[in-house]
Ligand binder design. Structure first.
Ligand SMILES: [Zn+2]
Length: 63
């Protein structure tokens, strides 16, 4: 057994108002693929988050 078999609708952000969790491999609501809900080591939707944070840290020169 894996630690968690709970999946979440991969299209919930556009298809639903909130995450739709399921134990199936597809969303019971819209039929989209259900993906593993385990937190990823990085956010695939925000590949430039680190760059943005660094940019904010360095920031524009506002002295
Ligand atoms: Zn769905």
């Amino acid at each position: 057994m894996t630690k968690s078999d709970i999946r979440v609708c991969s299209a919930w952000e556009s298809a639903h108002e909130r995450p739709v969790y399921t134990l199936s491999s597809t969303c019971p609501d819209c039929g989209a693929d259900a993906i593993n809900s385990a937190p990823a080591p990085f956010d695939p939707a925000d590949p430039y988050g680190a760059y943005r944070r660094r940019a904010r840290d360095e920031g524009p020169d506002t002295s």
